[in-house]
Design a protein around this ligand. Structure first.
Ligand SMILES: [Zn+2]
Length: 250
């Protein structure tokens, strides 16, 4: 089966409700390639390695969470940015990128898929554009147990800050680089906040508030969304979809 580039962009745009978000990058086609799409490669980031891997499997489109053209970045197409875009154009591969809409989607989003891994029942949201989620455990787990679960499910050892034996009942989370949400999270009625990356201040905020902090990996926590979206597109359009896991310890 195949789908036109435009039909695919229209469908994903509606499915992820792209128009509802104020984002820091364009969501949708970022670099135009061939008009007809049969095979899609998914990856967290549109790195040169992901482009080469997509080309190697004969992909017509590369679908990612982290694309290009971020607000505030230098506009000139030079250096690594030039090399990536030149390779996409020379291979005629379409680049589709979805950032906040893919974090937030209730079924295939990064937060939804991380929530399944955490094993928490979603009960609320907070933070800028309601991007962070709150959940409850039916049976409390300790920080140590939660760390072991994340380690095995995400195949990366998380950084745990807090009392490892304290039972956790309510938890907040937001995938990726959402450590700045910890200020607000620590004022809410939660026992732990999970995101991808850590900054120096989180140690002190965790100690002083008693709310534990977990950095489970930016890449590791954001593999779920693009994979789940790819699986959805494979089923909806009958397309051939392959996930490319380009290792990243951050
Ligand atoms: Zn991210």
């Amino acid at each position: 089966m195949s789908v036109s580039r435009q039909e695919l962009e229209n469908y994903i745009g509606q499915y992820l409700r792209v128009s509802l978000f104020r984002d820091y990058c364009p969501n949708g086609i970022q670099v135009e390639g061939r008009a007809s799409i049969q095979r899609i490669a998914t990856a967290v980031t549109a790195s040169l390695a992901a482009i080469e891997a997509a080309h190697a499997i004969g992909a017509d489109a590369l679908l990612v969470h982290h694309g290009y053209f971020w607000k505030g970045e230098a506009a000139p197409i030079t250096g690594t940015k030039k090399a990536r875009i030149a390779r996409l154009i020379s291979t005629d591969i379409n680049l589709f990128a979805y950032h906040l809409p893919l974090d937030a989607h209730p079924d295939v989003g990064n937060n939804a898929t991380l929530g399944q891994i955490l094993g928490a029942r979603t009960v609320g949201q907070f933070g800028e554009q309601n991007l962070a989620w709150i959940g409850e455990f039916d049976a409390p787990v300790t920080l140590r147990q939660l760390g072991a679960r994340l380690h095995s499910m995400l195949e990366r050892e998380p950084l745990l800050i807090g009392d490892l034996d304290k039972p956790l009942r309510r938890i907040g989370w937001c995938t990726g680089g959402a450590q700045s949400f910890f200020h607000e999270a620590a004022t809410l009625d939660i026992d732990c906040f999970v995101t991808g990356e850590a900054s120096e201040f989180v140690t002190h905020t965790a100690r002083e508030s008693g709310v534990a902090f977990v950095a489970a990996g930016h890449h590791a926590t954001e593999r779920g969304g693009v994979r789940a979206l790819g699986a959805h597109l494979a089923e909806h359009f009958g397309l051939d979809v392959t996930h490319l896991d380009i290792p990243n310890p951050v």
